[in-house]
Write a protein that binds this ligand. Sequence first.
Ligand SMILES: C[S@@+](CC[C@H](N)C(=O)[O-])C[C@H]1O[C@@H](n2cnc3c(N)ncnc32)[C@H](O)[C@@H]1O
Length: 360
Amino acid sequence: MKKVCIQVDRTLGEQFRQFLVDHDLFDPTFPITKTGTHLYFPLLRKLTAQELAIVSQEIGSYKQLERDLEPLPTKPSDLSAALEGILPKELHEWLPHSFDIIGEIAVVELHEALKAYVTRIGEAIMVVNSRVHTVYAKEGGVKGVHRLRPLRLIAGKDQRVTVHTEYGVKLAIDVTRTYFSPRLGTEHNRVTGLIQPGEVIVDMFTGVGPFALLAAKRQNVHVYAIDINPQAIQCLRRSLELNRLVGKITPLVGDTRTIIDNQLTGKADRVIMNLPNYAFSFLDAAAKALKRGGGVIHFYGITTESQPQTTLETQVLEQLAEYGLKAKITTVRVVRPAAPHEEQVVLDLQVVPRKRTSVT
Ligand SMILES: C[S@@+](CC[C@H](N)C(=O)[O-])C[C@H]1O[C@@H](n2cnc3c(N)ncnc32)[C@H](O)[C@@H]1O
């Protein structure tokens, strides 16, 4: 198409460009073209005689003319637009509506129907999100003691370690060897917003430490951050340096029950139990970690059709009672859907001793 341009000597290029930008005359949707001696800046409109006079006076000689130019390609608005003409039309309905972005890494769940196009979809994700350099596809559910999900690299750089920022905290994460979900950000923020200065916190299943790091960044507290996965604790150690929080968190590798038994009995004002499928079987350890006068437990669990929220609440309260603790549920919150008909929930529990016995 014909586009009005200003032709200038290459030596005057930067001055002209700046002038055109300052006066809202430069059209960035078209390319700047060049010949051996001249540059051609695309214009939003023809310059008035007055503007032309200023240009020649302030900068130097020029010519206003028309050139054959095509507009620069625009960034597609979504994955479907980025795959227009690449992915058969009938497959667009299977494209994911969202995916996780962890630092510069995207993690996406792709339907079986898209199997033949995974690389093209990965590339399209990078086009739509310019900060994404690596794309992994989920190859199954979260499993095992370390709660890891099998991932397969489908596009971009072969990179598994990144730094993700959540509420101003830098989190070092190895996406293939540690658990992390950016979908828990609101919960990390909520819980750490409840913390009072001076508290001692035991984060029983810290992962790469998002609760611990945000708590230590926000308040003058000390956090014992425990995880059985050495890679997760290695990431946490790196984050302590990145956030200048060394000394405010004690990272501990190993089984949380053993560590509490050996080092942390009766130490905590607050205990975080973010291991939703199995937290119930660690309630004894959480009870043991609390100070004799009691404290707060953030208990994460899963509700299902056969185990609704009220059942979970009763079970947790009864179990704590068995350890000689009286608890009041101060908040119940659905954190996120876990599977069809399943929800991850959190119970905030204010706990006090019922009688003068301790958990053995
Ligand atoms: C759901 S992930 C942690 C999530 C983390 N709190 C967060 O918000 O990102 C659960 C973590 O518990 C750890 N874990 C599982 N069993 C454990 C145990 N017995 N002792 C300590 N950590 C354990 C896993 O390695 C995993 O990192």
